[in-house]
Design a protein around this ligand. Structure first.
Ligand code: C2E
Ligand code: CA
Ligand code: CA
Length: 658
């Protein structure tokens, strides 16, 4: 009942309950309306929150899984257009070279291509420097801009093009990583829509997720470049050269085509460095690189594979062509290099090997090309092709392989253990088992001298089994003494490919009654990349048993965290080359910083290996690294020394240095 011409806003509510009139509860009508409105608003709010939540999740997943920059930007543009129902979306990337220009990524969401194509062309033809146009202003101010009608905004450079296709509102937002703009996104509607601050907030969140993903992929590219290219000459480095050669051997073998491998040694380079200085030495190396590149076809690969060593491989080249190229290079090097106006003579020698004639794996072919350099030296020739009678090394290796078999069966191998320490409290968190060979005549042989040989000949299966047996037995000993030490064992690709591997591990664990939780396997990225499906299957099965996995030598391979996070690994070990370099190399420090940040964002523990001094340890601690391993804490030590140290450690003596 409304009284007084509707002025009073009370309403008497009556209800019939069990035949009786119950009445008298007066409610303010405005309150009811308010309550209804509030309810509507809040359910609208919930609906929006739900939609926004879905949107952010979609962007976060795309950002987390990204292995390139384009993918997550594309997903986000589509998601924004779906969310707000606008027909046009587009992304620019901030140029890394000039750092003040936006380049179109040519990534678009366009609902009606016929209608909007002219606007797309106009966009592609416009340059946006920092501060120029609306995207440029977003770039400069690092804040989003929402314009109700872009065609009326003097800052908008494409007003005419927008008017022609009927675009009205524009939304521009930055993709940020820390305060750096990585990219700018723009969206257009065909109706005039005013700013929605809640949406802007959501886009800000999306932009931050994306920014992190872009930062990560860009860092991965940087790591990649450092890992695969020689920084001085810009040419592929040794490991990349080997990888490329390996891949090419596969196809060449399949298609029955020959390959020529040329190793190029610079003569007396040390003397050049000593007399002309290192800087001039570096200049000469760069010039050598470009001279070599000039002598071959674009498709041939030229690499710097050592301090003063270069190598080339050429597809489909027989001995006649290869000799022709070697002659051409020799002639080209007869011309002196001119350094600061002074002519400098550089002499080189070339060794040549062929696939398949001289071997069918990259390492053998590269090595044999080097044997041929030595032959050339002995014969005082400019170049020479490999010939087995000059190859003493090959014969030594053959002997070593047969000796290694005996070594395993006669227990000439032994393990050293290197502690891994938690950085926060200096407590021991594990030990890496590292194999050594006590050779009856040659003394102790380090693993680098026989592991790759064992891998190539298949003996690695027996070797790893021996190492596992010994490590698990040792784990049992330490557990019995009251010490729980997680032991890490290095695993090779051949192990994962062996069907019996799983049964061997199960057998050893049950024989010794060792908890799989105390075992950790270290694998390199290249192991995963050689056969990702198989790696996934084996790693998943082993982790379900309780065994843990680390990525070893991180930074020397593909370095794709986006990809690696699909595998159930929980630790990244930053390769020692970065760690040992970080005190003198700013770039290494930056890369380590990013590796730690990114690793943590993927919930991986980070261990730095190769920590050789207190300064490195302190920086790593400041950067938030979780664990360290290296000579500063301890060199790999015998089981007896390790036990002694464990006893001391368990009495509460937690020093970094063992
Ligand atoms: P890795 O897995 O990267 O092992 C770490 C290597 O770095 C070890 O060399 C260790 O002695 C060395 N290291 C540790 N801290 C420092 C440091 O502060 N400075 C320097 N300069 N080096 C440090 P090691 O024992 O000679 O092993 C070399 C490689 O041989 C290992 O590299 C691993 O790839 C392989 N390896 C060793 N044992 C086994 C094994 O049982 N099975 C397999 N498949 N590979 C093994
Ligand atoms: Ca390792
Ligand atoms: Ca390592």
């Amino acid at each position: 009942m409304l009284t007084k011409g509707g002025e009073t806003k009370t309403l008497l509510i009556s209800a019939v309950l069990d035949g009786e009139i119950i009445s008298g509860t007066a409610i303010d009508i405005t309150d009811k309306k308010k309550a209804e409105d509030a309810l509507r608003v809040s359910s609208e709010h919930l609906r929006r929150a739900d939609i926004f939540g879905q949107f952010i999740r979609k962007v976060a997943i795309a950002a987390n899984e990204a292995s390139n920059i384009e993918e997550p930007l594309h997903v986000t543009i589509d998601a924004v257009c779906d969310l707000i129902g606008w027909p046009v979306g587009h992304a620019y990337i901030c140029s890394r070279e000039t750092a003040d220009e936006l380049c179109s990524m040519d990534i678009w969401h366009i609902d009606d291509p016929k209608r909007f194509d002219s606007f797309r062309d106009a966009t592609m033809a416009t340059k946006f420097r920092c501060g120029v146009g609306l995207p440029g202003q977003v770039f400069a101010a690092t804040k989003p801009i929402w314009v109700t009608d872009v065609t009326e905004d003097p800052r908008f450079l494409r007003a005419q093009a927008a008017r022609e296709v009927g675009l009205k509102s524009g939304l521009f937002f930055p993709v940020l990583s820390n305060r750096d703009v990585k990219a700018v996104m723009e969206f257009f509607s065909t109706e005039a829509v005013g700013p929605d601050h809640e949406l802007l907030d959501i886009f800000h969140q999306a932009g931050t997720q994306l920014g992190r993903a872009i930062e990560r992929t860009q860092t991965e590219e940087k790591i990649h470049h450092l890992a695969f290219y020689d920084t001085l000459t810009g040419l592929p480095n040794k490991s990349f050269f080997r990888d490329l050669l390996r891949q090419t051997i596969l196809t060449a073998g399949f298609e029955n085509r020959p390959l020529a491998i040329l190793a190029i040694g610079v003569e007396h380079f040390k003397e050049i460095n000593n007399t002309l200085g290192y800087q001039n030495g570096d200049i000469i190396l760069r010039l050598i690189g470009s001279r070599l590149s000039e002598c071959v076809r674009d498709a041939d690969i030229v690499a710097r594979i050592g301090g003063d060593g270069f190598a080339i491989f050429m597809e489909n080249n027989d001995i006649v062509v290869a000799n022709g190229i070697a002659l051409k290079i020799t002639k080209r090097f007869e011309e002196p290099f001119v350094i600061e106006g002074v002519p400098v003579d550089i002499s080189i020698r070339i060794g040549i090997s062929f696939f398949p004639g001289h071997g069918d794996d990259a390492d053998t072919l590269i090595r044999r090309a080097h044997v041929a350099i030595d032959t050339a030296k002995q014969r005082e020739a400019d170049f020479c092709t490999y010939s087995p009678e000059y190859d003493k090394y090959s014969q030594d290796r053959l002997i070593l392989i047969s000796e290694l078999r005996t070594a395993i069966s006669e227990d000439q191998l032994f393990l050293l253990y290197q502690p891994k320490i938690n950085l926060k409290d200096a407590r021991l968190i594990g030990a890496e088992a590292l194999v050594r060979w006590q050779h009856p005549k040659s003394g102790i042989i380090p693993p680098n001298d026989f592991i790759s040989l064992a891998e190539r000949t298949g003996i690695i299966k027996q070797l790893t089994y021996w190492v596992l047996k010994e490590a698990i037995r040792q784990s049992r000993c330490w557990t019995q003494m009251g010490h729980e030490v997680s032991i890490a064992v290095n695993i090779s690709v051949k192990n994962l490919q062996t069907p019996q591997f799983m049964d061997q591990i199960k057998g050893l664990l049950s024989t010794w009654g060792v908890d799989p939780g105390w075992l950790r396997f270290e694998i390199t990225e290249s192991i995963i990349m050689q056969n990702p499906e198989l790696a996934m299957e084996t790693i998943t099965e082993l982790t379900s048993m309780g065994i843990k996995f680390s990525i070893d030598d991180f930074g020397t391979g593909y370095s794709s965290l986006g990809y690696l996070q699909r595998f159930p690994v929980d630790e990244l070990k930053i390769d020692k080359s970065f760690v040992m370099d970080m005190m003198k190399n700013e770039n290494s420090r930056k890369i380590i910083t990013t590796m730690i940040e990114l690793g943590h964002s993927l919930e991986l523990k980070i261990t730095a290996e190769g920590v050789e001094n207190k300064e490195t340890l302190d920086i790593l601690s400041r950067l938030g690294c979780d664990a360290v391993q290296g000579y500063f804490i301890s060199r790999p030590i015998s089981q007896v020394d390790f036990t002694g140290w464990l006893e001391k450690h368990s009495r509460g003596d937690h020093q970094y240095k063992v």
